[in-house]
Design a protein around this ligand. Structure first.
Ligand code: SAM
Ligand code: SF4
Ligand code: SF4
Length: 354
């Protein structure tokens, strides 16, 4: 008699639309040293209480459970992730887990000059720096801080520290930086970085958002086409939201058309805030409190079961729903009322990670 097959636990879990759980954005702090108009336009916010912030060990434990359910890409973000002390320690802890194939970081670059080497030595795989303008005055108007020089120094430090690739993310905003698209690509060539243009999104903190400020993928391609000539799409298999393009001189760049062409249908990402709230979508108004279950002694198996069953019920497709509102003409309405935003930091992009 042949032996009974041992029931195997399936490695991955899929949501209600068949989307796998693969990519986790781990926000390590909700605080930030800039005040970008499209993300944190106010001066002061209700911050997450310090005692609620997950320790590195807690972040690592939860991330470990996520990886057992299929996550293999982790991105450290915030707020500004480099404000969290000793990030190298978290990176080393996470990289003991061989299921993590890709460990990346998104930063505004202010503290990179002093930390790039430490991050590289800790084993971080990739860095993305947000850079919306090459003009110091514009940077100050956008971020309320006079720190453009530090960002550029941070970018140069990445080049010196051993990282093989670098991405520069630019939120493309009509009436702000539409005349700098080619300059940013030229700057990217000089620092050996691939530039990605992100369409401006009307997420929680984007209280100044309006559709006429969105520089669409089509408008970006048209502008760059006028300057460089024929632009070809790069044909590749990828689950990344960025669509990549090739200029006649061989330079590549990306566009993330989150507003005009949402990629919800293939979205495999979720977000864990610095205090352990798990959000299934950038637009989700409620999250699942994983800090509570972690701290009240619930077993890892049970927490894993919770994550599995919540993901299996996931039906979120926030950006597509926002786009549908546009069709019926009510998209101009603010995503979340400002009073509610002021009371609950979890609703902000800077809390749940971009
Ligand atoms: N502070 C870090 C930074 O700026 O890179 C990491 C967190 S930030 C929330 C992550 C990314 O979200 C940044 O590239 C930022 O430009 C982007 N972002 C924030 N608000 C946005 C919005 N309303 N539309 C599009 N992208 C946005
Ligand atoms: Fe700007 Fe990032 Fe800070 Fe938001 S979190 S204000 S995008 S630097
Ligand atoms: Fe994913 Fe939500 Fe963004 Fe759609 S809106 S791509 S479901 S995070």
């Amino acid at each position: 008699m042949s032996p009974m097959p041992v029931p195997q636990e399936l490695p991955g879990v899929q949501d209600a639309f068949g989307r796998p759980l693969r990519s986790l954005r781990l926000s390590v702090t909700d605080r930030c040293n800039l005040r970008c108009k499209y993300c944190m336009p106010e001066d002061e916010y209700a911050w997450l209480p310090r005692e609620t912030l997950l320790t590195f060990e807690e972040m690592n434990s939860l991330t470990g459970l996520f990886t057992e359910l299929g996550v293999d890409k982790v991105r450290l973000t915030g707020g500004e992730p480099l404000l969290r002390k000793d990030l190298g320690t978290l990176i080393r802890l996470l990289l003991q887990n061989s299921r993590i194939q890709d460990l990346a970081l998104t930063t505004n670059g202010i503290l990179l000059a002093e930390q790039a080497q430490i991050l590289y030595e800790a084993g971080l795989h990739r860095i993305t720096v947000s850079l919306d303008t090459l003009q110091p005055e514009r940077f100050r108007a956008l971020t309320k801080r006079d720190m453009h020089r530090q960002v550029l120094e941070g970018i140069e430090a990445v080049g010196r520290s051993g990282f093989k690739t670098l991405k520069l993310d630019t939120v493309a905003i009509r009436g702000f930086n539409e005349d700098e698209l080619a300059d940013l690509i030229e700057y990217g060539k000089r620092v050996r970085a691939e530039v990605r243009f992100i369409e401006y999104m009307d997420v929680g903190g984007a209280t100044e958002w309006s559709m006429d400020k969105v520089l669409s993928r089509a408008a970006i391609l048209e502008t760059l086409g006028r300057r460089y000539g024929a632009i070809e799409p790069v044909i590749e298999e990828s689950s990344a939201p960025a669509q990549r393009f090739l200029l006649p001189d061989g330079t590549t760049f990306g566009i993330i058309p989150s507003t005009t062409t949402p990629f919800c249908a293939s979205c495999d990402r979720s977000r864990l805030t610095a205090d352990g709230m798990w959000y299934l979508c950038l637009y989700a108004k409620d999250g699942i409190d994983l800090r509570h279950v972690l701290r009240n002694g619930t077993s890892p198996q049970e927490i894993k079961g919770l994550i599995r069953s919540v993901w299996q019920g996931r039906k979120d497709r926030g950006a597509e729903e926002r786009k549908a509102l546009e069709r019926i003409g009510v998209r101009e309405e603010r995503l979340i009322e400002i009073d509610r935003l002021r009371r609950d930091p979890h609703l902000e992009m800077h809390a749940r990670g971009g």
